[in-house]
Design a protein around this ligand. Structure first.
Ligand SMILES: Cc1ncc(C[n+]2csc(CCOP(=O)(O)OP(=O)(O)O)c2C)c(N)n1
Length: 647
């Protein structure tokens, strides 16, 4: 991410002169108003229904232009990072552009993480930051920060607006750029000068984006080439990533699976793109993926990568990833193709459109050359599925296994639920143990993995869903404390969020790594905010054996939310039911879970996916690498029994 994106490099300087009417006509007609008013009008004209943010000195004219008549809701967050994450949650629950508006200097720099998240997870975002007056730029004025410079490597595009007259056009362009092609964040740094100047407002506006023409349709022979490779493949795998979700390509992916009979692995951001109950679905691949998904990738002879980027959390050791597979890579962003893995058939285009065309081509090719028999391939996959289903270790008597709690939540929740997670063990368990049956049901910080993302993203998702779908946040006790202030936003907005804190009293995922790779030296991961029911509590007295900071139930109540604590399975089920039945405010459940529960399976960092450990001491794919080396060209699908290895 260190070098400029192609869009930045080529689009910031117009390649052709602007049409003459841009400057002259636009300035001579329209309604007279300030730049700040033009900003609000432009957002209204773009059909924005909610803007997230927090005010400050250098964006005050824009906030002053908000009135009771303003056609969108303004959601007042409690930090700028949260505003950016809420805007992402809104974007992902609605499929529209998320918009947030904050002040200059610290307001803008607090937004940096959210911008990076939107880039790595391809979320359409327009971020409006206040900036000091034009004459003060470069003087180290109070709350001046070069946010354009700071975010240059992580935005899709950015603008410094110095003239009020440019505002409607810049908003039009930013909104378009954010959502077209590969979605991403666009920054508009709005000087005080531009906000306070007078201008003439007219709508619609013509865009000046000469270098920006995303390719949406596949050209040439690539579709035929891909269909021919599929027709000749004995062990194909559809490797589907977040790009397919952004392209709303759920139906197309399902149809491709049916036409080809190929198994489908769905990366973390793509969970739900096809129903988990679909016979082709193998679940998540990679570091905490299923044995079947990883085994299929490793032994595959053809990967159809669809809006996926060969992320290291998926591939493990890239050199040893799917060593025999040819690759068809479909992506809207040409920069992704061949970035990490050489490609045999590169296809640039909108994933949904490319798949529509490919799905037409496949039957034609199959008519000519036949459809391969994948029964041996599926036999192998079914063996992995039967022998290595999702499982977990039992907790000590009386304590809750977090994986059980995730399944129970899933059982009690409406199938329409939008699931949001923080980052950590609970995020992996959510992906493994919640069954996703419909697309657009999963929102998580996948590429950046930001702890604290969950609560603000849930606020944004609930604002976007407008009560049509329940929103359930599963968070860690660590991540919840990062953004707990957003409980105020949720309460103020009357959002009936269901928030389940998987309280293991620690930074669980880091503790797991300390356990495995640092000789169980638990340095600075004990949060001392919970634990199993104390002896004193068991004896029905009010006091607890040790001080827990914070008390999440009291904290929830302080924010006007419902707070419930659950220590046992019975209490957990009752608490989940109460949360589902509450519709006027957020419910926070302090769910005390077993501290030593671990996330399995796991591909150890730096290892090959073939070295996946199903449970301690069980490495079911250990034979695959040897097999692949020993039998170049042989059919490894009929491999011998799995061996176990120590971990
Ligand atoms: C902002 C940020 N800081 C640090 C990390 C490193 N990190 C990843 S997971 C994790 C622990 C999360 O703990 P918790 O939220 O309690 O969830 P758990 O793993 O216990 O389920 C940390 C500190 C991160 N991902 N993001």
């Amino acid at each position: 991410m260190a070098s400029p994106t192609p869009l930045q490099a080529f689009s910031s300087i117009p390649k052709e002169p602007a049409p003459p009417q841009q400057a002259s006509e636009a300035a001579s007609e329209g309604e007279r108003m300030t730049g700040a008013q033009a900003l609000i009008h432009s957002l209204e004209e773009l059909g924005v229904s909610a803007v997230f943010g927090l005010p400050g000195g250098q964006i005050l004219p824009a906030f002053d232009a908000l009135t009771p008549e303003t056609k969108f809701t303004f959601v007042l967050n409690r930090s700028e990072q949260a505003a950016g994450q809420a805007a992402q949650g809104y974007a992902l629950s609605t499929g529209r552009v998320g918009v947030c508006m904050v002040t200059s200097g610290p307001g803008a720099t607090n937004m940096v993480t959210s911008i990076a998240e939107a880039t790595t997870d391809s979320v359409p975002l327009v971020v409006i930051t206040g900036q000091v007056a034009v004459e003060d730029i470069g003087t180290d004025a109070f709350q001046e920060a070069d946010i354009m410079g700071i975010t240059y490597p992580i935005v899709k595009h950015s603008y410094l607006v110095t003239k009020a007259q440019d505002i409607p056009r810049v908003l039009t362009e930013a909104y378009y750029v954010a959502q077209s092609g590969r979605p991403g964040p666009v920054l508009i740094d709005l000087t005080m000068t531009a906000q306070t100047q007078e201008m003439l407002f007219s709508w619609p506006q013509k865009m000046i984006l000469p270098g920006y023409k995303p390719t949406t349709k596949a050209h040439g022979h690539v579709l035929q080439d891909a269909a021919e490779l599929l027709a000749g493949s004995q062990r194909p795998v559809l490797y589907v990533g977040g790009g397919a979700v952004r392209a709303q390509a759920s139906q197309q992916v399902q149809l491709l699976a049916e036409l080809t009979g190929a198994p489908v692995v769905t990366t973390l951001p793509a969970r739900g793109i096809i129903p988990d109950s679909d016979e082709h679905a193998l679940g998540m691949p990679g570091m905490h993926g299923s044995v079947a998904a990883n085994g299929a990738l490793q032994l595959s002879d053809l990967l159809i990568a669809i809006g996926a980027r060969f992320d290291d959390r998926v591939t493990g050791d890239l050199e040893r990833f799917a060593p025999r597979a040819k690759v068809v890579h479909i992506d809207i962003d040409p920069a992704e193709i061949g970035k990490n893995r050489p490609v045999d058939v590169p296809i640039v285009g909108d994933v949904a459109q490319v798949l529509d065309d490919l799905n037409e081509q496949i039957p034609l090719t199959q008519e000519q050359v036949g459809r391969p028999d994948l029964s041996a391939w599926w036999e192998q996959i079914h063996r992995w599925q039967a022998e290595y289903p999702p499982t977990y270790e039992s907790a000590p008597e009386g304590q809750i296994e977090p994986q059980w709690a995730m399944q129970e939540l899933n059982r009690l929740a409406s199938p329409d639920t939008i699931w949001i997670t923080g980052v950590g063990q609970h995020q992996m368990w959510a992906s493994q143990f919640i069954s996703f049956e419909r697309p657009n049901s999963w929102i998580s910080s996948c590429g950046m993995g930001t702890m604290g993302y969950g609560l603000p993203a849930a606020v944004g998702a609930a604002v976007g869903a407008q009560g049509a779908r329940p929103v359930c946040l599963v968070e860690g006790d660590g991540g919840f404390q990062v953004s707990v202030g957003e409980l105020a936003t949720a309460r103020q907005q009357g959002l009936p969020l269901k928030i389940v804190i998987f309280n293991n009293s620690s930074y669980g995922l880091i503790r797991q790594w300390q356990n495995m790779f640092y000789d169980a030296h638990y340095s600075q991961t004990d949060l001392a905010d919970g634990g199993p029911r104390s002896q004193a509590e068991q004896e029905q007295t009010a006091s607890s054996a040790r001080t827990e900071v914070p008390d999440f139930v009291q904290l929830a109540q302080a924010y006007g939310c419902v707070g419930i604590r659950a220590f046992t399975r019975q209490e957990a089920s009752a608490a989940f039911e109460q949360a589902m039945a509450t519709s006027d405010r957020p419910v926070v459940i302090d769910l005390r879970v077993w501290k030593d529960a671990q996330v399995w399976p796991m591909v150890p960092p730096g290892a090959s996916d073939s070295e996946i450990v199903y449970q301690p001491g069980v490495a079911p794919l250990a034979y695959v690498d040897e097999e692949l080396q020993a039998s170049q060209g042989e059919d490894a699908a009929n491999a011998p029994d799995q061996s176990a290895a120590e971990f």
